[in-house]
Design a protein around this ligand. Structure first.
Ligand code: NAD
Length: 433
């Protein structure tokens, strides 16, 4: 994954997370609410580690990394490892809290955690990146393992990095036990990864959306705009189109394209790869005029994309892109949050008052961690499931939990995010008792 997540972080993410917790805690009895607010207001453990790395020029550089183990009431901590120059402890704490909630919404036997290393990975050579990744694992090795804490890729990390980390972890443990492969998920297939993991977040998002649309009784020839055209954005675009919807706009960090006839994701991806950064990403792609369907469209800014008159808006890039400033201008009928934290609390309130349902990240993008959980389970059992089996299990899970969230929102007359939090907190509370 390769994203700049913190650029739009004007709001302290941990404060936003705690605001969301407080809002959902109001639906519990005084005693339960106090317990939840007390136990979930801070992580159970914060590992703050320094990682010495020998650089290619022979010098030694120290990097700082975190592993936040937020809560393990429902099972081992679970959460990705992010490499980014703007990683902050508050961001990692927020993400580990959201992982706790997300795993509970998806009803996985896992808790929540997250890692962050303060580094610009693009400034490192492949060798330096590998030494940093191995050094980080040595620093946290005593605190991870299949039944303790199970990291995964996140922004700027991937299956190859998970492979280095697993190899280093097995060396530290002096063991070749295959069950130790369950220490990391999001691995390449050759290292014990799961079929379907790459597209799981996008496919899970489609299943959640379809379940909610059914409840909203929103049918017909639906249109969508997708912000972000990375792993999640590309896959969700592809799945929405396969399901009969028309995606009329997509964007990346350099800008977006608007094609009223609907974009062709494969051609667009091919073009982005050919004409992408530094030439200019999707915007450069349109200007090059080399992709047939793009000739029928025009370039737009990311801000314009968010305000397009489409049925479904799918933020799939950054945090806090829907704010108090633009929430009144959104024309979409439904928002499917595929990125983590794209809607600031102020925007949430405005959108709810305007009757625009926001399908929350902790539900919409939980397909990724669900298939990570399947990978963990396969490794522990020494099995390898087919893509059909993985996708069937994913569909069943996403449809069931989307309906549970919908029903809770109706029962408690609240927004879908608060309903998802309510569902998660009920499950976490029952595990803590
Ligand atoms: P990615 O790096 O593959 O793609 C991110 C995309 O966002 C890129 O196309 C990038 O150009 C674009 N982008 C960056 N800055 C932008 C900006 N200012 N405006 C518009 N677009 C911009 O990352 P990803 O894996 O697709 O993750 C996207 C989001 O989904 C993140 O919030 C991530 O935490 C979340 N997420 C990902 C997964 C997963 O399985 N990959 C799972 C759950 C949540």
């Amino acid at each position: 994954m390769n994203i700049n997540p913190s650029a739009s972080l004007r709001i302290n993410p941990f404060e936003s997370a705690m605001e969301q917790l407080a809002k959902a805690a109001k639906f519990f009895s005084k005693k339960e609410s106090t317990l939840l607010l007390t136990l979930l207001s801070q992580p159970q453990r914060i590992l703050n580690v320094t990682i010495p790395v020998k650089m290619d020029d022979g010098s030694l550089k120290i990097f700082q990394g975190y592993r936040v183990q937020f809560n393990n009431a429902r099972g081992p901590y679970k959460g990705g490892i992010r490499y980014h120059p703007q990683v902050s402890l508050d961001e990692v704490k927020a993400l580990s809290f959201w992982m706790t909630v997300k795993c509970a919404v998806a009803d996985l036997p896992l808790g929540g955690g997250k890692s962050g290393i303060i580094v610009d990975p693009k400034s490192l050579s492949a060798g330096e990146l590998e030494r940093l990744s191995r050094g980080y694992v040595r620093a946290i090795a005593d605190n991870i393992g299949p039944d303790k804490d199970v990291p995964a890729p996140d922004v700027n990390t991937n299956g190859m990095i998970m492979g280095w980390m697993l190899d280093e972890f097995m060396k530290v443990q002096r063991s070749k036990d295959n069950k130790l492969r369950a220490t990391f998920t999001g691995k390449l297939l050759k290292d014990g990864g799961s079929e379907g993991r790459e597209e799981a977040t996008g496919l899970g998002g489609l299943y959640v959306l379809q379940a909610i649309l059914k409840h909203l009784k929103l049918t017909g020839n639906l249109t969508a705009a997708v912000q972000g055209f990375g792993n999640v954005g590309y896959n969700v675009t592809k799945f929405l189109i396969d399901a009969g919807m028309k995606v009329v706009a997509v964007s990346d960090s350099k800008g977006g394209i608007y094609v009223p006839e609907g974009i062709n994701p494969e051609l667009t991806l091919e073009c982005k790869k050919k004409h992408g950064p530094p030439a200019g990403g999707l915007a450069g792609c349109y200007c090059s005029g080399s992709v047939c369907d793009l000739k029928k469209g025009k370039t737009i800014t990311n801000a314009e994309l968010l305000e397009l008159p489409v049925d479904i808006l799918v933020p799939s890039a950054l945090e806090n892109v829907l704010t108090g400033q633009n929430a009144r201008k959104i024309k979409a009928k439904v928002i499917l949050e595929m990125a983590n934290g794209p809607t600031a609390p102020e925007a949430d309130t405005i959108l709810y008052k305007r009757g625009i349902p926001v399908i929350p990240d902790v539900l919409s993008n939980s397909g990724g961690v669900s298939v990570s959980c399947f990978e963990w389970e396969q490794n522990l059992k020494g099995q390898h499931w087919t893509k059909d089996v993985v996708n069937r299990k994913l569909k069943t899970k996403m449809e069931k939990e989307a309906t549970n969230v919908w029903l809770a929102s109706k029962k408690y007359k609240t927004d879908l995010r608060t309903a998802a939090f309510y569902l998660a907190l009920t499950r976490i509370l029952s595990a803590m008792k």
